[in-house]
Design a protein around this ligand. Structure first.
Ligand code: AMP
Length: 196
C-alpha cells in the first residue's frame, strides 16, 4: 500500500477506543481524528464550535449532525489527511453521519472498521474511574443507550461490505493494541495483494 490505511474504530464510550486509536495512529504513522477530542479541545480554548458542542456533550447527547459533519468535512478537505492515512474515532455515530462520510470520502473509502468489543459494565466502570465532565451517571446512561440504538447498527452495513474486524477490548491495553495491529496489517496486506 502506497498510502496510509483508512481506518475507523467503533466502540462504546469507555471501551478504550480513544486510547487504542491513539496507539494505532502512532504505530502506523497516520492521523488520529477524534471528533470528541476536537470538541473538548475547542471548548477548552473557548472556540465557538467547542462551546456550542459542550452543552450537548455534558448532557450525554450527540452534537447535532450539521456541526459534526462540518468538522469532518473540513479535515478531509486537506488531501494530505487522506494520503497520510487516518483512524477516525467517534465518527460516524449514526446513519446520517455514515452516509455523509461515504460522500466525503467517495474515492477513498474506509479500508477497515474495527469493532472494539467491551461489555457495558466494564465501560461504565472505566468511565466512572476517568471522571470526565460528561461522565455523570445520567450522561453515561444516555451515551450507552445512544450507542446501542444508533451507532452499533452501523456495523451491519459495514459487515455487508466485508470490512469489519471484531476485536475483544478487555484486558491489558498493550495486548489489545497488538491484536489491533495484527488485524490492520492483515487487512493492508490483503489490499496490497488485490492491487498486484
Ligand atoms: P467521545 O470522545 O467519542 O466519547 O465523544 C464525546 C462526546 O462528544 C459524545 O458523547 C458526543 O456528545 C460528542 N461527539 C463526539 N463525536 C460525535 C459525533 N460523531 N456525533 C455527535 N456527537 C459527537
Amino acid at each position: 500500500m502506497n498510502f496510509g490505511p483508512h481506518l475507523l474504530i467503533v466502540g462504546r464510550q469507555g471501551s478504550g477506543k480513544g486510547t487504542q486509536a491513539e496507539l494505532l495512529a502512532h504505530h502506523f504513522g497516520i492521523n488520529h481524528l477524534s471528533t470528541g477530542k476536537f470538541f473538548r479541545d475547542s471548548a477548552a480554548v473557548g472556540a465557538p464550535a467547542g462551546l456550542d458542542a459542550k452543552a450537548f456533550i455534558d448532557r450525554g447527547e450527540l452534537v447535532p449532525d450539521p456541526i459534526v459533519i462540518a468538522v469532518v468535512e473540513e479535515r478531509f478537505q486537506n488531501p494530505e489527511e487522506i494520503r497520510t492515512g487516518f483512524i477516525l474515532d467517534g465518527f460516524p455515530r449514526n446513519a446520517r453521519q455514515a452516509a455523509e462520510l461515504d460522500r466525503i470520502l467517495v474515492a477513498n473509502p474506509i479500508d477497515l472498521v474495527i469493532d472494539l468489543k467491551v461489555p457495558e459494565h466494564v465501560c461504565v466502570a472505566r468511565m466512572v474511574e476517568r471522571g470526565r465532565d460528561d461522565d455523570t451517571e445520567e450522561g453515561i446512561r444516555r451515551r450507552l443507550f445512544l450507542y446501542d440504538a444508533e451507532t452499533a447498527p452501523l456495523l451491519d452495513g459495514y459487515r455487508l461490505r466485508g470490512i469489519v474486524a471484531t476485536v475483544e477490548g478487555v484486558g491489558d491495553p498493550d495486548d489489545i493494541c497488538k491484536r489491533l495491529i495484527d488485524v490492520v496489517e492483515e487487512r493492508v496486506s490483503r489490499l496490497d495483494a488485490d492491487l498486484h
